[in-house]
Design a protein around this ligand. Structure first.
Ligand SMILES: Nc1ncnc2c1ncn2[C@@H]1O[C@H](COP(=O)(O)OP(=O)(O)OP(=O)(O)O)[C@@H](O)[C@H]1O
Ligand SMILES: [Mg+2]
Length: 356
C-alpha cells in the first residue's frame, strides 16, 4: 500500500483493519483440492506481507515523548519544544512508528470529540517529503495533502511561498490540526538561488501553526534543515530520538525484549507447524543477521515463512533462515562484526600465549 500522504489515503490508513486467516491443521491441508490449497496459501502470503506494528522499545520511547510534547502544547504558550524528531538509518522503523502514533492520536481525538466521521476535522496531517524538496515545494505538498481544489498544484505553482503558507496555516486552523508529521525530511533542500532557506521556512511555519510537529528522516543531525543560524535555533527546539533497534539479547532473561519481539512475530505468522516460542532457539542467529533492525527482521522472517510454506515444512528452521537474503546494509554490518570479533579473539589468543 502506498504511503498515506494524501487525506483520502490517510483516512483509509486510519480505518484499515488487519487481514487474518485461520490456521487449519496439516491433515486438513492434505484433504483440500489443489485450487483450495493455492487460495489458502495466497491468503497466507498476503497475511505475511502485510504491515504490522509491534510495540518495540523505540516505539515505547517515542510514545512517551510525544505524549509529553502534546500535553505541553495544550497547556503552555511556549513554542520552544513542540517538535519531536525521529532519526536513524533506513529500515529502523521510523515511518512505521510515526504513522502508528499519528493513527493512534487521530482515532483518539475523533473519539474524544465525537467526530469520528467528520471529514472537516483533520487532527493529523502526514506528509512524505519527496527527494529534492525545496521550502516552497514542501508548502505545496502540505497544501496537496488536504486535496482542496483551490490548492491544486497548478494553482499553488503560481502562488508565492508565503501565500501558500498562509493558505496551509488557515486550512489547518479550520481543520483543527494538532499534529503535523513530516516524514523523510532529510530530503528538504534549501533553495539558495531563490533565497529560500529550509530552516527559516520551517521555523516560520512552526511558529504560526499551533500544532505539534513530528519530523522523521535519515541521520537528521546532518540534515540541511538544521544547518545555519536558523537551523541551529530550530535544532535547539526539538526533542530528538534516535532509532536504535534492539540490542544484543540476553538469552538468560526470558523477558528480554528481543525474545518477546520474536515471540510476537512468530505468533503472527500463519505457519501450520510452528511451535510457540521455537524461534527463540534462533534468537542469537537472527540478531547477528539483522543487527537488531526491525526492517531487516521483517525481511528475514517474512522470507523464511514464505519459504516454509513453499517447501511444505511449515515451520522456520535454521537452514530456512540461512536461505533468505536480506538488505545489503544488514549483511555488511554482520560481516564487519564477524571480522572484528575474530580479530579480537585472535589477539586474545596471542595475549594468552604471551602470558603463558
Ligand atoms: N514496530 C514494527 N513492528 C513490525 N514491523 C515493523 C515495525 N517497524 C518497522 N517495521 C517494518 O520494517 C520495515 C522498515 O520500516 P520503515 O519503513 O518504517 O523504516 P524507515 O526507518 O522509515 O526506513 P526508511 O528510512 O528507508 O524510510 C517495514 O517493512 C515495516 O513494516
Ligand atoms: Mg521511512
Amino acid at each position: 500500500m502506498a504511503a498515506p500522504t494524501t487525506l483520502s489515503r490517510w483516512m483509509a490508513f486510519r480505518q484499515r483493519e488487519r487481514l487474518t486467516c485461520d490456521l487449519v491443521d496439516s491433515e486438513a491441508l492434505t484433504s483440500m483440492s489443489k485450487g483450495e490449497v493455492e487460495d489458502y496459501n495466497d491468503l497466507r502470503r498476503r497475511v505475511i506481507s502485510q504491515d504490522r506494528v509491534f510495540y518495540t522499545p523505540d516505539l515505547e520511547s517515542l510514545e512517551l515523548m510525544l505524549a509529553d510534547l502534546l500535553a505541553d502544547q495544550m497547556e503552555s504558550s511556549s513554542v520552544a519544544s513542540h517538535m519531536l524528531s525521529v532519526s536513524g538509518r533506513s529500515g529502523m522503523g521510523k515511518s512505521t512508528a510515526v504513522q502508528a502514533l499519528g493513527r493512534f492520536y487521530d482515532r483518539r481525538w475523533r473519539k474524544q470529540e465525537g467526530r469520528n466521521d467528520d471529514e472537516s476535522f483533520i487532527p493529523v496531517v502526514y506528509v512524505g517529503v519527496e527527494p529534492a524538496t525545496t521550502p516552497k515545494s514542501l508548502m505545496e505538498s502540505l497544501a496537496a495533502f488536504f486535496n482542496l481544489p483551490q490548492y491544486d498544484l497548478s494553482v499553488t505553482r503560481r502562488m508565492t511561498q508565503s501565500q501558500i503558507k498562509r493558505a496551509v496555516v488557515e486550512t489547518m486552523e479550520r481543520a483543527g490540526t494538532r499534529l503535523v508529521i513530516l516524514d523523510e525530511v532529510h530530503n528538504i533542500r534549501s533553495n539558495r538561488q531563490a533565497g529560500m532557506d529550509a530552516a527559516t521556512t520551517m521555523k516560520m511555519f512552526t511558529d504560526e501553526i499551533d500544532a505539534t510537529f513530528v519530523i522523521a528522516g535519515i541521520d537528521l543531525d546532518r540534515a540541511e534543515l538544521f544547518q545555519g543560524d536558523m537551523g541551529l535555533q530550530l535544532d535547539g527546539r526539538r526533542r530528538a530520538h534516535d532509532m536504535r533497534g534492539y540490542s544484543r539479547p540476553n538469552m538468560n532473561d526470558d523477558e528480554d525484549p528481543w525474545l518477546t519481539f520474536l515471540d510476537a512475530w512468530e505468533e503472527d505468522l500463519p505457519l501450520l507447524k510452528q511451535a510457540p516460542s521455537s524461534l527463540r532457539q534462533h534468537a542469537s542467529y537472527i540478531w547477528d543477521r539483522t543487527s537488531g533492525s526491525v526492517g531487516s527482521v521483517r525481511a528475514l522472517l517474512a522470507g523464511a515463512a514464505r519459504a516454509a510454506i513453499l517447501s511444505g515444512e511449515e515451520s522456520i528452521s535454521r537452514p530456512t533462515l540461512e536461505g533468505v537474503g536480506i538488505d545489503a546494509h544488514a549483511e555488511a554490518e554482520r560481516r564487519t562484526r564477524a571480522k572484528s570479533e575474530s580479530s579480537t579473539k585472535a589477539s586474545a589468543a596471542t595475549g594468552r600465549k604471551k602470558a603463558g
